[in-house]
Write a new protein. Structure first.
Lengths: 471, 322
């Protein structure tokens, strides 16, 4: 069951219909069953891990509540870290560390033959483990009171709109929503929610899936693609991954609103950023704030001088890269972003508060374009199948080589970029993701039609999975 | 207003659809082209006495007009598909081709590679084939969603032509897996080529790489044998005369097998026993000179003429056959 499948088009209305007929406690029971069915549909064997992670974090929260001794609290908290990171480490990183570690040792003259296991990566494992850990972190730091209801906590961890690809929830914002009575959305809220779902489908189907073949062509055979084709390939990937992931987040938020739950915004017009520092306030916000609050700040943040700050930034981004996947490409991607952030902190006046300043075309265009190109350079490593392939791609790009240029790819990229820029610009000006809902009905209707036409054209066949399902 | 925009889009496609590329619903361009040819033949009432099925080897080698010139009785259609493998060809033959063309004779042309378990990899073709709505529709195994899809295809040109609208500037590229076809279904991509010369070095490299990958770890797969035997048996049970042909090969192709001639001879022996167990006739034309091939695998124009001469005498339709 993915958001862009017909199954979800049936699943969501059925859940909604039953949900609003029930009082609060049975509502949560229904949500938990629906969430486990939703997750189990990917592979029922993964449900065990989700349940283990849920029970561990709930128990740790309860034990932390009744324990005053600081050393004992630390040990209890460590259980949550060990279980969650253990699950994540085994299922996601075992083979990476076994094989790449062996390669590294081989360079040092130590030859090992590590076992390579045939491990299936559970969908959304990085999301729900971080989701659960945020709760134990907050309880350990006494930022929130632990919940006494296993049911409410299990729904918080498994809530199906955000389970497999976020936004990564924060307990202090979300858990109380499952603990109180919910009011059915009024017509205005329903319209906003449905618009977010339509917008998400548009971004996924008409932008991301439409660009995917052109991106694949460039990255699968860079040696026979022209300079223009390679440039189009990497720009197209920038819009593909944005359309794919922010489309998912929009559908997740729209679906959650219909259930009376407010999920945090995960994207805030990231390609309008005027620095990479600002980009990370606008891109995958739930991950960047998680890393800031539970990694960067505990490491010392910017409190201990410039070099410590640089080290903390670099380590945070490196781990952020590794969070995406067990591959050196993601580590290099994270490392590059770490270097960008260090460079901006050292040589420019960019701050994380830049995003609060209104965006002005004449003042900000050049910085926005430069930032976008830096982000695209890092995307090459994120998308390429290996670091060697990424370096070959950049090498081919640098040599301004001739070769095949697909003019349809240029046209499609221009259409996709214009559509996303338009949507983001309207949202940026209005500071509202559903700003279109307040438009004149005729213009709004025309826009819905203009979104539906490309959805019809680019849908059909087996739904293309969301990119972030792999992480 | 949203409906008005949708109606305008539908109207625009209705006005301009004749200048759009034909819509594709099948998972590979050649499957689409062959399906259209088959439906047109069946619709016109034209009899098809002999059907040739197989992968790209038979696709390139089976020339219906050449067979007629060589004295083959009746009309022949080549329903082979390049790039598809044994499990897909078996389903395509039994669920799509035979129920529409009702042939008296089916010639199944394969080589050793189709007996190697590597061709069973779902990503090699059967996966996308089975997941295609067009396939389920044509095979009569579609559900509610497939029927809705068929309904929308019939009533909305915007919906029907959506695959063409995805490539507004250029038609899909023509190549080995999207070939020009003769009226009788033969793949014309190889006819004018000399051994490893034409089609560019890239095409030759691609084909060599593909065949090496297909023959890697060569063994006779039990599942492959079962699929081929089921195919031949089910055709035979329908009263169709079945001929299993080991396609002509080069010495180069035999050398690509990990154990060379020994592997190839094991494959021939398997073909012989599969044919015997399923009521089919087995024929082996053997090794042919490279001058008759476009590459180590596919016959060129000269090879096709030779193959027509070899095959035509074997196609006699016994009297009293259905």
């Amino acid at each position: 069951v993915t958001f862009n499948s017909l199954q979800y088009a049936v699943f969501l209305p059925v859940v909604l219909g039953l949900y609003w007929l029930l009082p609060r406690r049975p509502q949560n029971v229904l949500l938990l069953i629906a969430s486990y069915v939703f997750y189990g549909a990917f592979d029922w064997r993964f449900l065990g891990l989700l349940i283990i992670s849920t029970l561990t974090d709930y128990t740790v929260g309860r034990l932390l509540e009744v324990t005053e001794d600081q050393r004992r609290r630390k040990r209890i908290f460590a259980v949550s870290l060990v279980v969650n990171l253990g699950i994540l480490g085994f299922f996601k990183y075992f083979n990476f560390f076994a094989t790449d570690g062996a390669h590294f040792l081989a360079h040092l003259g130590i030859h090992l033959a590590p076992p390579v296991l045939r491990i299936l990566l559970p969908v959304g494992i990085s999301f729900y483990t971080f989701h659960g850990m945020s709760y134990t972190f907050d309880v350990y730091r006494r930022d929130i009171e632990p919940t006494h209801s296993l049911l409410n906590f299990a729904v918080f961890v498994a809530f199906f709109p955000q389970l497999v690809a976020g936004p990564i929830g924060r307990a202090h914002l979300q858990l109380p929503q499952f603990e109180r009575d919910r009011v059915p959305p009024d017509w205005a809220q329903i319209r906003r929610s449905l618009f977010l779902i339509l917008l998400g489908l548009f971004k996924k189907v008409a932008i991301a899936d439409m660009l995917a073949p052109y991106v694949n062509n460039a990255f699968n055979a860079p040696a026979r693609t022209s300079f223009v084709g390679l440039l189009v390939g990497v720009w197209a990937f920038a819009f593909q991954i944005y359309g794919d992931f922010s489309g998912y987040s929009d559908i997740a938020r729209g679906s959650a609103f219909l259930l009376g739950i407010d999920l945090p915004e995960n994207f805030n017009q990231p390609y309008f950023s005027r620095s990479v520092t600002e980009f990370w306030r606008r891109w995958h916000i739930s991950l960047s704030t998680w890393l800031r609050d539970y990694l960067y700040i505990p490491l010392g943040g910017n409190r201990s001088g410039s070099w410590r700050t640089y080290r903390n930034l670099f380590l945070t981004m490196l781990i952020g890269g590794l969070w995406h996947g067990a591959a050196t490409t993601f580590v290099v991607w994270g490392g590059l972003h770490g270097l960008y952030l260090i460079g901006e902190r050292r040589f420019t006046h960019a701050t994380s508060e830049d995003y609060r300043r209104p965006w002005r075309l004449r003042r900000d265009l050049v910085r926005t374009v430069v930032t976008f190109q830096l982000v695209c350079l890092a995307w090459v490593f994120f998308r390429a199948p290996s670091t060697t392939a990424a370096l070959h791609y950049l090498d081919d790009l640098a040599h301004l080589q001739g070769g095949v240029t697909d003019h349809t790819a240029i046209l499609m990229l221009a259409l996709a970029a214009s559509a996303l820029a338009f949507v983001d610009y309207v949202q940026l000006r209005a500071r509202d993701h559903a700003a279109f809902v307040a438009w004149n009905p005729a213009v709004r209707g025309a826009m819905y039609g203009l979104m539906l036409v490309p959805i019809i054209i680019f849908s059909g066949g087996t739904p293309v999975p969301f990119i972030y399902f792999r992480f | 207003m949203a409906l008005l925009v949708l109606a305008l889009a539908e109207g625009a496609v209705r006005v301009w659809h004749s200048s759009l590329a034909a819509p594709t619903a099948w998972p590979a361009p050649e499957l689409q082209k062959k399906y259209d040819q088959i439906v047109a033949r069946a619709g016109s009432g034209q009899a098809t006495d002999v059907v040739l099925v197989g992968d790209s080897m038979m696709d390139a080698a089976g020339n219906p007009s050449g067979l007629a010139l060589a004295g083959a009785p009746g009309t022949v259609y080549n329903a082979s598909v390049a790039g598809e493998t044994l499990p897909t060809i078996a389903q395509w033959t039994t669920k799509v081709v035979v129920p529409r063309l009702h042939p008296k004779v089916v010639v199944v042309g394969f080589s050793s590679n189709e007996l190697n378990p590597s061709v069973l990899n779902p990503a090699a073709g059967l996966g996308p084939y089975e997941h295609s709505r067009a396939v389920r529709d044509a095979s009569g195994t579609g559900g509610v969603v497939d029927r809705a899809d068929g309904f929308l295809r019939r009533w909305s040109l915007l919906y029907r032509y959506r695959t063409s609208l995805r490539h507004p500037l250029a038609p899909a590229p023509v190549g080995v897996f999207d070939p020009k076809l003769s009226a009788g279904g033969q793949d014309l991509a190889f006819t004018g080529q000399h051994y490893l010369q034409a089609g560019g070095a890239n095409q030759a490299r691609l084909i060599v790489r593909t065949i090496v990958a297909t023959l890697a770890g060569f063994t006779i797969g039990a599942q492959n044998v079962a699929i081929l035997q089921d195919l031949l048996t089910s055709l035979h049970r329908q009263g169709i005369r079945v001929l299993l042909v080991a396609m002509p090969v080069t010495n180069d192709l035999i050398a690509f097998h990990p154990a060379g001639v020994a592997d190839y001879e094991r494959a021939l022996a398997s073909f012989g026993s599969i044919a015997a167990a399923s009521g089919a006739t087995f024929a082996d034309p053997g090794v042919w000179p490279t001058a008759e091939f476009a590459d180590p695998v596919h016959l060129n124009g000269a090879g096709t003429a030779h193959f027509s001469g070899f095959l035509a005498p074997l196609l006699g339709v016994p009297s009293g056959a259905p």
